[in-house]
Design a protein. Structure first.
Length: 238
């Protein structure tokens, strides 16, 4: 298990994972908004997220981060930049830590919610199954290792499945840190939000039960799309 607490990037990463962000350029200004999901989540995302938890986590926490980010970027050189560009240009700069934190939290929340689907989408792709077998010993072993990493985290943050030049790894990021602030070999594929507000209403502090419900809600087709996108980016940069 590898840990990341906000190190400076060695090189800028390529374009981030599919559908992780949302925003529109209005009069030269990026207006950052919650990611548009492919389903109606107004009643939560079962079995992982109840309507009450959705209201807290998405409608309160996530939307507040979007508003905070737009306010912090207003009137600055970062205002017209995409979310990914803002993250990469502010990471590691002490004077810009508030902007980085807001941008990274908007990205991380969008990525988490866009990794889910009501009832989940099962893992059917043979290539992805083989990659999980090679790097973790199979899907069930991956789930065990991912769960150990997430439930052993001290403090708040996120647990991720990433591709590093098509080599799969599990990492934890703490507080607002995000993998796209790492070097250009890192590409996020899946994540779970381990901040207390993400699970306290539905699971209390039973993080293992939260992880079990998470894996029943993962959209594995989205993970496969992200791997395909990463491969294409690597091919295009060769």
């Amino acid at each position: 298990r590898k840990l990341f607490a906000g190190a400076l990037p060695r090189r800028l990463a390529p374009h981030s994972a599919l559908a992780a962000t949302a925003g529109s350029l209005l009069s030269g200004r990026q207006v950052h908004t919650p990611v548009q999901l492919e389903f109606d989540a107004s009643g939560g995302i079962p079995p992982l997220i109840s309507p009450e938890s959705w209201d807290l986590h998405h409608n309160n926490v996530y939307r507040t981060w979007c508003r905070t980010l737009n306010n912090r970027l207003g009137g600055t050189p970062y205002e017209p930049l995409t979310l990914e560009e803002t993250i990469r240009k502010t990471v590691g700069i002490r004077e810009e830590v508030l902007k980085f934190n807001a941008a990274a939290e908007v990205y991380n929340h969008g990525f988490f919610f866009d990794s889910l689907a009501p009832g989940g989408v099962p893992l059917r792709n043979l290539e992805l199954k083989e990659m999980l077998m090679v790097h973790f010993g199979g899907l069930e072993e991956f789930k065990k290792q991912f769960t150990v990493s997430a439930t052993s985290m001290l403090g708040s943050g996120y647990t991720w499945l990433i591709s590093r030049d098509m080599h799969l790894e599990i990492i934890n990021t703490f507080n607002a840190a995000t993998p796209i602030a790492l070097d250009n070999t890192v590409y996020p594929l899946l994540c779970i939000d381990m901040w207390e507000h993400s699970h306290v209403l539905d699971y209390g502090m039973d993080k293992r039960a939260y992880l079990e419900a998470f894996f029943e809600t993962v959209n594995w087709e989205r993970v496969k799309q992200r791997i395909d996108h990463h491969r294409k980016l690597l091919e295009d940069t060769d």
